[in-house]
Design a protein around this ligand. Sequence first.
Ligand SMILES: C[S@@+](CC[C@H](N)C(=O)[O-])C[C@H]1O[C@@H](n2cnc3c(N)ncnc32)[C@H](O)[C@@H]1O
Length: 431
Amino acid sequence: MSNVPNVRALAAETLYNVVDKGASLNQELPFASQGLPPKDKALLQQICYGVLRYLPSLENYCQHLVEEPLKGKRRIFQFLLYVGIYQLQHMRVPPHAAISETVNALQQLRALGLKGLINAILRSFQRQQLELEEKAKLIPVCLYNHPNWFIKQVKEAYPDSWEDLLAENQQQAPMWLRVNQAQYSTQEYSDMLTANDIEHTLNPDFIDGIKLAKPRDVFSLPEFDTGACSVQDAAAQLAARFLEPKDDDTILDACAAPGGKTCHILELADAEVLALDSDATRLERVKQNLTRIGLGADLQCGDASQPHTWWDEKQFDRILLDVPCSATGVIRRHPDIKWLRRASDIADLAALQGDILDSIWPLLKPGGTLVYATCSVLPQENQQQVAKFLANNNDVEHIPLHDKDTPTTPGLQLLPGESDGFYYAKLVKKI
Ligand SMILES: C[S@@+](CC[C@H](N)C(=O)[O-])C[C@H]1O[C@@H](n2cnc3c(N)ncnc32)[C@H](O)[C@@H]1O
C-alpha cells in the first residue's frame, strides 16, 4: 500500500468537516494538506473549492442517483460522491482515472465494502449526466449554486446585475499584489516582475496594485521576504488610500487582523498606528505581517464596541473601521461562506457593526476622518448602515467617493469582478 495519502479521501473529509460540522475551509485545508507534495496540495484545493462552488447541483444529482441517502457517519461517502462527480463534470481528469481514484479513496476511509456502490453511482452519473444537468437547472438554487436567501437578497439589491454577480462568485479570484510604496513605486516593481518573466497587468483604478496573470508561490516574487510586496485584493487596497494617512498622524485601525490594511497605512505614511482586534490569535498575524515589511504599530487586543476597556482617551486623527461582516463580497475566494452563513446572520452582523460605529465615533478628533469598510455586497451592512448613522448624528460630514455617493445612498459599492466585492464610506467629524 502506498504511503502517499489519497487526495480524494482528504477532500471528502475536509468537505464533511466544513459543510456538516461548520468548520472554515481556511482552517481545514492547511491541516488536510500537511505533508502533501505541491501538486497534490493544489489538487486538493481545486477539488474542495470546486465542490463548494457547485454543492447544490452535486446534491441534486445524488438525490436522483442514490436510492437511500447516506446518513450519520456514512455522510462522508456522500461527500466522496460529490468529489467524484465534480471531477467528471468540471475537471480535465480522464473519467476512468477520476472514478478509479475516487473508489481507491475508500481504502483510506476504511470502507472497502462500499467500492461497488460508489463505482456504480459514478458510472450512472456518466450515463445520465445530460439529463441530470437539465433537471437541476430548473431549480434556482442549483442553477445559480447559491443559497436561496442570498439569491433573494442580491436580486433585490441589484435588479439589473444580480445574475452577473452570482456568476462571478463561481469564478476563481485573481491574485493581486500591493506594492510597498515605502520601498518601490508600482512601476518599479512592475519592471522587476517583467525582468523575472512574471506576467502581470496594472490598473489605474488601483494605484498600488499589480494583477498577476496566474497565481504563484509568493516566495517566487522578487524581494517578497523583505516586504517589497504583499498579497492583497485590489479593492482592499483602497482602504488606506481613502483614509489618506499623513506623517505623524495618530491612527486607529479598529478591526485590524490579519493586518493587511495596517501594513498598507504604514507603507504610505510615517504614522503612529494602534492596531486593535478582539481576536488575540489573529492579532499575532498582524505582528508577523509587520515584521516581514519591517514596520511597526502598537497592537492591542480589545473589543471595538467597548473602548472604555482599552482606550487612553487620546482622540485619533484618522480611524479605519474594517468591521466584521458577512464576507459576501469574497465568495470567490471563500466558497464555504455560501454554506456557513445563514440569512439570520446578516441582521446580527448589522447590529454589531452599528454598535462598533457608534462606540468608535467619539474616539475621532474634530476634523478627523473615519473610513467605514466591509467586504460585503449586502446593503444592510453597507449603505443602509451608513445612511442610518448619518441620519442619527449631526456632527458627521459625509465625503462622496464618487458622483452618486449621497447621504441617502452613501458610499462606494464595488462588486466582484476585477476586484473583490467591497464597500467604503468616508466620514469626517465636523469641527
Ligand atoms: C474584516 S476583518 C479585518 C481585516 C483587516 N482589516 C485586514 O485588512 O487585514 C474583521 C476583524 O474584526 C475583528 N473583530 C470582530 N469583532 C470585533 C470587535 N468587537 N472588536 C474588535 N475587532 C473585532 C475580527 O477578529 C477580524 O479580525
